[in-house]
Design a protein around this ligand. Sequence first.
Ligand SMILES: [Zn+2]
Ligand SMILES: [Zn+2]
Length: 256
Amino acid sequence: MPEKTNWFTINQVDDSTWILSEYRHWEETHCYLLCGSRRALLIDTGLGICNIQEEVCRLTDKPVTAAATHIHWDHIGGHKYYPDFCAHRAELSWLQGGFPLSMEAVRAMVLDRCDPPEDFDIQTYQMFQGMPTRLLEDGDVIDLGGRAVQALHTPGHSPGHLCFWEAERGYLFTGDLVYQDTLLAYYPSTDPQAYLQSLEKIAALPAQRIFPGHHALTIRPELVCRMRDAFRELQAQEKLCHGSGLCDYGDWAVWL
Ligand SMILES: [Zn+2]
Ligand SMILES: [Zn+2]
C-alpha cells in the first residue's frame, strides 16, 4: 500500500528501493531512492514545493547522493538539501545561471495545475543552482555498497540527460526520455535525432522494470521498443525534426 504524506506518495518497490511521487501537481513527478549498504542514491529530487529530505530521512539513515536525470526545474527542486550531487557536463551551465527560461516562466509552470500546501509561497521559489560534486560520463558507475547503478548518457529531451541502469535488478530509470504521456522534443534544447539514438541504446537493455520521471508507474519494457520503432519510422519519413508537431500513438505521443 502506498503511504501518503501531506505532499508525497511513497511506494516501496523492494526492500531497499522506494518511489516518492508528487501527485498534487499535474506532472506527477517521481523520485527514486536506492539504498546500498554504504550509501543511498536519490534519482531526481522533485518539484521543490515540499521538503523531500524529511521523507528520505525516514526511509534511510545512509548518506545520500542526489543525481538528477537532467537539469529541469521539476527534477532538481530538492537538490538544495543535497550538496553531494552528480550531473552531466552538458548541463552545467543550467546550474550556473544559463537556464534558457526566466524565473517568472518557471514559477508559472510550478503553479500550473498544482494544489500546493497553504504555506507555500511561489515568490520564494527558486530554480536550484550549484556545482556538482561529481560529473557523470556515459557508463560511469555509482557504487552504493553491494549495489551498483550505471549512468547512461541519453540526450534528446535535454543535452545532458541521464538514464540510470541497475543491471542486477533489471531496473531502468528513464527520467523524461521515456514516460507514458506526451514526450517533449520540440523546444530548442531538445534534439530529436539524439532522442532516437538514446532510445536505441536503452531499448537494447534487458530491462525488467521501467521507472519513469512522470505519470504512470506501470510502463512495460515493450513500450520503450515501440517508442524506438516509432522514432525510426519518423526518421525514415524525414519527420524526425523540430516542427513536425504532435505525433500521437494512442497510449503515448511525441511533440516535435
Ligand atoms: Zn524535462
Ligand atoms: Zn520532467
